[in-house]
Design a protein. Structure first.
Length: 144
């Protein structure tokens, strides 16, 4: 089964030869149809040896999608079985894999350090003073 290339974003395209499709019988209602056709689709991408991803891209995928990667061979697996048609399940699996990879490869925003406002500093110190007064009032007084 020849698989089309998977466009992740404007820069990254996963070659169809690197994607593996497995089909199986889908669970759930469907009568006789579900018992004899393999409509569930599992789309797999082995991230480690992939030629479509640069080393930086692979590091990002490993970092962001680590919980989703299966086994020691670092395979990203997407399963779709909500439709009764194998073709529609394959389309859904491709869309979800492209979305996952695009989210993993998206550049992260850098945090810009900000200075607390004078008002927020004053409120924080006032709250600390109030709390200190409350605790001071709870102390036992020494009997003179």
């Amino acid at each position: 089964m020849a698989i089309e290339d998977l466009r992740v974003d404007s820069r990254v395209v996963i070659a169809g030869s690197e994607l593996e499709v497995r089909t199986s019988r889908s669970s759930g209602p469907g009568g006789q149809h579900v018992n004899k056709t393999e409509t569930a689709v599992e789309l797999r991408l082995d991230v480690g040896p992939s030629q479509s991803l640069s080393n930086n891209d692979k590091e990002r995928v490993f970092e962001v999608l680590a919980p989703r990667l299966a086994g020691a061979d670092s395979t990203l697996i997407v399963r779709a079985s909500s439709h009764r048609s194998q073709r529609r399940n394959l389309e859904e699996a491709r869309e979800r894999m492209a979305e996952l990879l695009a989210r993993a490869l998206a550049p992260r925003k850098t945090r810009r350090a900000t200075k607390p406002t004078r008002g927020s500093q004053r409120r924080r110190l006032d709250a600390k003073r109030r709390r200190s007064d409350i605790k001071r009032q709870r102390r036992k007084r020494g009997e003179d």
